[in-house]
Design a protein around this ligand. Sequence first.
Ligand code: PMP
Length: 435
Amino acid sequence: ALRGSVAQFAQPRGPNLMRRTEALDAWCRLRAAHGVWQYARALDGAPAPESSVREEGGDASAGSRGVNFASQDYLSLASHPAVHEAARAALLEAGPHSAGSAVLLGNSRLSLALEQALGALLGCEHVTLFPTGWGAAFGAITALVHARDYVLVDQLAHASLRQGANAATRNVVLHRHLDTGHVRELLAAIRARDTENGILVVTEGLFSMDADCPDLPLMQHLCREYNATLLVDVAHDLGALGPNGSGSLGLQGMLGKVDLVMGAFSKTFASNGGFVASASHAVKRQLQLFAGPHLFSNALSPVQAACVLEALRIVESSEGEGLRDALLRNAMALRANLAETGMRCIGVPSAIVPLWIGNEQVARLAGRTLAREGVFVNAVEYPGVPLGAARLRLQVMAGHRPAQLRQGARMIGAAVSGAGAALGVEPARQPWPRE
Ligand code: PMP
């Protein structure tokens, strides 16, 4: 059950579209019977530093209560009383349902106020909301890029960005992770033969699986030099990093200076939804009328919009500053605790603490052991990351306590060493080659 990868089932063969899904199902059932199946876990109660998790269709012994490093609630705002109160007030004011897409009366007082407030934080006046962060990424790229245009995407960019690029044009090139030299080379090569069509360069403010950041001023400079457009996904850093929660853009002095900013409310802002922001009203118009997930999908519900608005107010307040300090302290403590057990984390201190494993089987076995022992982590492998680049992705919250970080790290260290020893795999020392 520990062997193989979902990659082998990505393109099943056979004339019957439904029957050919059965091999994957059989493989998943086998894994579930051995407790190596994380896709059927469910939280009982709120995402919190200590949570109860139910394992459905899997190992009965795995359902338990324990330290939670698998939820994305970076500033612990999902349990903030003011966010709950805002949700209750919105429910009374406007009900639970947007009842239409933004162009069909789906906007509310709350969603319009949210657009304004986000624009003010980002220094980008024109904000368009989407029902999910995924839709914002996919919608922005497919609305702006045509078949003759080019998209240069960081090789580790989120699936929503890569899938949006592939849906928009066949001219998609993956550039080496964070490698501005490679971006320059690719831009120069395209512009040497084509000055007629557009180029979109896509990166993230904080990479979701590697917790590292690009040089945003240089990326934007290169885009200007080659008449290209930069899109930065700030899903994981906005709110959780930087002055006033302004994320990587604020940290790198780039507020209001990046062509297109997109993000998600699903990590720090205690809700679902996404946005695209820019200084251009014309771009907003294009998105409103051509971004499928905005145009053809119901708008954020009033309750979602109210939660994000209240979360944003907290993010920008001195309370938010304190929560970000706590989050960063926790991230650094978890990294230090893991280092003491001989484990290797990659990336920079942030809510994402990726523990490099490499070998998928080791990650699966360690993940299973930890779930049984009451430490919840996401063992991430293909298609979340490339083959051979498995990791335990830990996500820290402002609300984690030092004892949880110490105990969690100790158990994680033991589980990874134990899994490596059981499978006869040397612990990974090197992250996968970047080439
Ligand atoms: N961008 C990045 C970098 C992400 O990690 C995610 C989701 N994890 C998304 C976009 C999509 O956001 P959502 O889950 O809100 O749809």
